[in-house]
Design a protein around this ligand. Structure first.
Ligand code: BMA
Length: 368
């Protein structure tokens, strides 16, 4: 926050992240936004990750299905820490840079996640160096000392400092033509109540996790001075939150602006509905008591094996809670979570689009 003196009056100028909070609060009064990971990069039947293939530029499965872009687009920076030219899903960072700014400039909202490789086990070039997934990746959970190793005094401390620097360098480039930093919902260390990432529940202590969060946040906000990042804390679908358990790893009200929920239906519909309802009841109460925004920061049913899932299962639950947005995970030919015109779920997605309380790009552009 910048306090500028103007005559005798103090004029408060909000940071870019605070302006985004205001916009999200205004949008919330009109419904919740639809989001999609990697929306302009590739889809169920096409791959636009190769720069220069102009036929694929501007494509997007949501756009092809309903004639409108998602309001929110998600991008992942896994791989930036090693100076890779492409991210973990083969998307060139130059494309992420361009598409993220383009979505902001067309009036959309952007969010970034980060699946950094495992600093203890990664080999330079990873897969190209013979490493077989999950070895060396964010999903390499063979060692429970990784988080400890990157904290001050740890064996990987210097290495991880350089990883944060590379992340910061890329974030620094996310500016509009006139040099304005793009507002970004930044969502590191997600799904930390599960144990499938090296920063997960069984892979570090509560204190180590909080120190990890603080180290990255302090580096980006204090050392690098980023005031365009809106920090999202996004645990995974849990079903059994208690305030006490949630607080064990919660970074703190001064460090979090948005409470997220990553929720996929991997098992039965009944289990999913029960757990999601329990979680959103707890998280929305927590968000309200603590003045936080709420969102479904990742969600979906893999390969849409139930073509009416969005309006029959997901929407009725989302309708009951003050979420800002829901973000369906990526549409990749082998695993997709969003619509595509030729899929049976396209009809259901159109219903979702037509619902009054779901917001896509054209609608949010109009709401000031
Ligand atoms: C996971 C899967 C992976 C992907 C990763 C990062 O949920 O979709 O295939 O590499 O997210 O996008």
């Amino acid at each position: 926050m910048i306090m500028a003196a103007c005559g005798t009056k103090e004029v408060k100028e909000n940071t870019i992240a605070e302006q985004l909070v205001d916009r999200l609060l205004t949008l919330r009064q009109n419904g919740y936004m639809m989001g999609h990971q990697d929306a302009p990069m590739y889809g169920v039947t096409w791959d636009g990750t190769y720069r220069g293939d102009s036929a694929e530029l501007g494509k997007c499965d949501v756009l092809a299905t309903v004639g409108d872009y998602p309001a929110v687009m998600g991008f992942d920076l896994g791989g930036i820490e090693l100076g890779d030219t492409k991210n973990l899903d083969s998307v060139p960072f130059t494309r992420i840079h361009d598409e993220l700014i383009a979505h902001h400039e067309r009036g959309g909202i952007v969010t970034i996640s980060w699946h950094p490789r495992n600093p203890m086990t990664t080999a330079p070039l990873g897969g190209l160096n013979g490493q077989k997934f999950p070895e060396g990746s964010a999903w390499d959970v063979t060692d429970t000392t990784v988080v400890a190793s990157i904290l001050p005094g740890g064996s990987q401390f210097e290495k991880f400092q350089s990883w944060m620097q590379k992340l910061g360098d890329f974030l620094q480039t996310l500016q509009t033509k006139d040099g304005q930093p793009v507002p970004i919902i930044f969502r590191p260390w997600h799904e930390n109540n599960g144990s499938w990432f090296w920063w997960g529940q069984k892979l570090c202590t509560d204190d180590e996790f909080r120190n990890l969060w603080n180290m990255l946040q302090d580096y980006l906000t204090k050392e690098r001075g980023f005031s365009n990042l809106l920090w999202s804390y996004s645990p995974n679908l849990d079903g059994k939150w208690t305030e006490e358990r949630f607080m064990q790893r919660y970074p703190g009200n001064d460090r979090v602006t948005l409470i997220g929920e990553d929720a996929y239906q991997w098992g039965t519909e009944e289990d999913f509905k029960r757990d999601l309802t329990a979680d959103l009841t707890f998280l929305s109460g927590f968000a309200e008591r603590n003045g936080k925004l709420l969102a479904m920061t990742e969600c979906g049913l893999k390969n849409m094996t139930d073509s009416t899932w969005w309006t029959r299962v997901l929407k009725p639950i989302m309708d009951q809670y003050p979420i800002s947005y829901f973000l369906l995970w990526r549409n990749y030919k082998e695993e997709y979570f969003g619509p595509s015109p030729e899929l049976p779920c396209a009809a259901d997605f159109k219903k979702l689009y037509e619902a009054e309380n779901t917001l896509f790009l054209k609608e949010i552009e109009k709401i000031k």
